[in-house]
Design a protein around this ligand. Structure first.
Ligand code: 16G
Ligand code: MG
Length: 584
């Protein structure tokens, strides 16, 4: 069955404007149907999307993620659920089909709430329950959710859908759309987008355009306009070179950077490599490869000092790197990005005279390099909060500040401005009674707010933010890197029988189970200068992660190893025992 397009005016309460929705033949955008009919159709529809026996799906840190070959029934069910979510919120929601930095054969799906936030935590359980319902039980599983949340099924629903570049994307999109059609939901299938672009679109749409024009082109225009205005006073630069190489992870970030480029009017010379024309998605390239391997993707030709940027597979993560004059690799990760941004925004807030009224803070995770935390707290005097791993936790914590900068070390992050911050900054930028330097600083802040994708970490937007700050400061990569020196660190993973045997508290910095593990870690850490270590069960892999840092690389490696041995022994390690680091 082919979908056809219909134009719908003011489809949802509070949603103005005109949209083209793809609606299945025979369904009507306003179709509500009797609840029992819809539930019966949902069960019938499952025949085309049968659930395999013996697999348990979990809506984890970033939605469902698995081998794409087994995800079809999950996508169908997420179509059903997305429609319910839209009815419950009385607004458009979104579904993104991606497995981010995972290998190409994987895929996944995550739902996005109306203002571009991650799906509300309570719904993760509903998603998991529905994904695991037997085909014939789908109706009762839906009924349970409807009853528990008192959802008015007769309300309309509307869902935005997009996917990354994986070949499994189109058939999985189809499965999701089948679920939406069964529910009589309207939808817009945007095809290939970055994850943050979809977050942006749903927010623009639900805010009736207040956040920006709800089109892909509107996204480029919003970012580019702010970027170009912020560069107007650029003047001559001694150190900053407006030249970058972007490693697009052979994914959607590369395609979309190319679409952004014409909007930037040659203000920045961008060369895109790993653009998907030959290599495989996330294969020996992209932000995860660069961060974990601590080296550039093979095949990239890089001159010393040349700024390079790596995106991940769905372009919600970014890291920078360069080779110094001796050809030594230097990574500028999420911690370096957050200190750069917090420093600059802090200066602008002070320069606009708003420092007493607006508090600015940084949110990190336990993975943040200890040097970055010390630099922020001791040198920059910026308060730092620690959140559990996973964007939603950082995002939530960042809302506690007027200007909340949050980044994971791996490059996920953005800045959130509270409503009061937005208002104060905007009115300062228009306040003629203020002296011009204050007004100018406030104006720059308003432009920074436009340049930053506040819905979620966005590789393209974050990249432009960093370029803006480096240009303003006239900094080369080396100057940025010299803000503070990273402590050497090591990240290991240990296979255990049951990773839930490891439990943590204090934003994952302290293990509460198994008994004796934290005491053992404390003893080991005490042996090393500037030692720090923590363990946590992974949210995306069946392993326990071990992080350690210390004054030297050899010490960080040894501390990580010693802690791994404790995890292996106390938390039910399986397979080969952890081996000590080679000293060669
Ligand atoms: C997911 C999270 C990421 C986190 C990572 C940790 C989102 C969008 N993504 O990729 O933020 O750093 O998981 O993985 O929240 P782990 O639990 O396996 O260490
Ligand atoms: Mg990603």
């Amino acid at each position: 069955m082919r979908a056809h397009n219909v134009k719908v005016h003011a489809l949802l309460p509070g949603c103005a404007g005109e949209f083209v929705f793809h609606v299945a033949p025979g369904t009507h955008p306003y179709r509500t149907g009797k609840m029992s009919d819809i539930l019966a159709e949902a069960v019938k529809g499952a025949a085309a999307h049968p659930r395999p026996e013996g697999i348990n799906f979990t809506y984890g840190t970033a939605g469902f993620r698995d081998k794409s070959t087994i995800l079809d029934p999950v996508l169908y069910r997420m179509g059903l659920l997305a429609a319910l979510r839209s009815k419950a919120k009385k607004a458009t929601v979104a579904a993104m089909i991606t497995a981010s930095h995972n290998p190409e054969p994987d895929n996944g799906v995550k739902l996005v709430d109306p203002m571009g936030e991650m799906l509300e935590a309570a719904w993760e359980k509903h998603s998991t329950d529905l994904a695991n319902a037997k085909d014939e039980d789908i109706g009762s599983a839906l009924q349970r959710i409807i009853d528990a949340l008192d959802i008015d099924i007769s309300l309309p629903s509307d869902v935005f859908v997009a996917r990354d570049t994986r070949p499994s994307g189109p058939p999985l999109t189809q499965a999701l759309l089948d679920g939406l059609k069964v529910m009589g939901s309207t939808f817009t299938d945007f095809g290939i987008l970055t994850t943050p672009q979809l977050h942006y679109l749903v927010r623009c749409h639900n805010s009736k355009g207040a956040y920006g024009e709800p089109t892909e082109d509107g996204y480029y225009k919003k970012l580019a306009q702010a970027f170009l205005k912020l560069r107007e006073d650029a003047g001559t630069k001694k150190k900053y070179q407006p030249v970058v190489i972007i490693d697009g992870a052979n994914g959607v970030g590369a395609l979309k950077t190319r679409k952004l480029q014409p909007h930037l009017n040659d203000s920045l010379k961008i060369t895109v490599c790993n653009d998907g024309s030959s290599g495989k998605l996330n294969d020996k390239c992209g932000a995860d490869f660069v961060k974990v391997q601590q080296k550039p993707p093979p095949g990239m030709e890089i001159q010393p000092g040349q700024r390079c940027v790596s995106f991940d597979g769905d372009a919600d993560r970014v890291v920078f790197f360069y080779l110094n004059k001796d050809g030594v690799f230097n990574l500028l990760d999420g911690d370096k990005i957050s200190t750069l941004i917090a420093g600059y925004l802090g200066e602008l807030v002070s320069a606009s005279g708003l420092q007493v009224q607006l508090n600015i803070g940084v949110v990190q995770t336990a993975y943040a390099n200890g040097s970055s935390t010390r630099y922020l707290e001791d040198v920059m005097k910026v308060p730092v909060s620690c959140a559990k791993t996973g964007v939603k936790h950082l995002h939530h914590k960042a809302l506690e500040f007027d200007v909340g900068v949050y980044f994971e070390a791996n490059g996920h992050g953005t800045v959130l401005f509270s409503d009061q911050a937005e208002q104060k900054i905007k009115s300062a930028s228009q306040d003629d009674s203020l002296d011009s330097s204050k007004r100018e600083a406030a104006t720059r802040l308003t432009l920074m707010m436009d340049l930053i994708n506040q819905t979620v970490g966005d590789a393209i937007s974050d990249f432009l933010v960093v370029e803006t700050i480096l240009s303003t400061r006239d900094w080369a990569a080396d100057d940025w890197n010299m803000q503070y020196k990273d402590l050497p660190s090591r990240l290991l993973k240990i296979k255990v029988k049951d990773r839930t045997a490891v439990q943590t508290t204090d934003a994952e910095r302290c293990a509460t189970a198994p008994a004796g593990l934290q005491e053992a870690i404390n003893k080991l850490v005490a042996k090393y200068q500037q030692g720090r270590s923590f363990v946590r069960p992974s949210g995306t892999e069946d392993v326990v992660r071990v992080f350690a840092e210390a004054d030297t690389q050899a010490n960080a490696d040894m501390l990580a190893h010693e802690v791994s041995v404790q995890v292996y022994q106390l938390a039910g390690g399986i397979g080969e025992q952890p081996q000590p680091p080679s000293t060669s």
